[in-house]
Design a protein around this ligand. Structure first.
Ligand SMILES: C[S@@+](CC[C@H](N)C(=O)[O-])C[C@H]1O[C@@H](n2cnc3c(N)ncnc32)[C@H](O)[C@@H]1O
Length: 213
């Protein structure tokens, strides 16, 4: 039997995911994602595709910046995570939840103006990451934006001990590979341009946004 990727969070961890992140970040995670969502500079009528939406914590923040025409398509496979999303959907019909593996081919009913993926890519193997990028390209309007919030590209050897410990022993086993990848160089080869970067948490986390050509 093949092992489920560690980034597919289930069970106890999924039920208490937001509290768990607040705890291990010493309550700094909320501020970080608030800044990152502001940095997305959403337009009110944005059609967002959110890949691996989790509990919907980011979704809530995005919806606050969108008007009635705005939509968020949340692609998610985790049962417990979807339970959180269905709760949120009860009070906000702009949210559409789709059970879909993001590395498998799919076509949304509309093309998105913004694709967002937060803390998912680092947990996939590189060939699956590249399949996700291909799916993003297919489901995004020309000129639309693709934004990745995840670990930055950095040297683990030169990082402080607690960063090395976190990446090597707490995070998914694919994370160390993810941080060696130079995404600003890889994305232009896959039909994206106009790369923009914002850094958080002493530069270990970044928001990378680019545009479909
Ligand atoms: C680390 S959590 C991040 C959640 C959210 N994006 C955030 O930043 O708070 C990863 C999420 O991606 C989902 N996920 C992982 N692999 C997936 C896949 N192949 N297809 C769809 N969802 C996936 C997991 O179920 C989980 O909810």
């Amino acid at each position: 039997m093949t092992k489920k990727p560690q980034v597919e969070i289930t069970g106890w961890e999924a039920r208490h995911y937001d509290r768990f992140l607040n705890l291990i970040s010493l309550d700094r995670y909320g501020g970080l994602i608030g800044r990152a969502i502001n940095d997305l500079q959403l337009r009110p009528e944005e059609i967002v595709m959110d890949l691996g939406a989790g509990t919907g914590r980011m979704v809530r923040l995005m919806l606050q910046q969108m008007n009635k025409q705005g939509r968020i398509y949340d692609l998610e496979v985790g049962d417990e995570m979807k339970t959180h999303l269905f709760e949120l959907q009860k009070s906000d019909a702009r949210l559409i939840i789709i059970h879909q593996r993001i590395e498998e081919p799919f076509l949304l009913p509309v093309q998105a103006t913004l694709v967002f993926i937060s803390f998912v890519l680092h947990g996939l193997h590189q060939q699956h990451r590249l399949q996700v990028i291909q799916n993003v390209h297919q489901n995004l309007q020309v000129g639309g934006r693709f934004c990745i919030l995840d670990y930055n590209h950095f040297s683990l050897e030169n990082a402080p001990w607690y960063v090395r410990l976190g990446i090597r022993h707490i995070e998914c086993e694919t994370t160390e590979d993810f941080i060696t990848r130079d995404w600003p160089s890889l994305l232009p080869e896959r039909g994206f341009s106009n790369i923009q970067l914002r850094r958080y948490a002493r530069g270990y986390i970044r928001l990378l946004c680019c545009q479909k050509l």
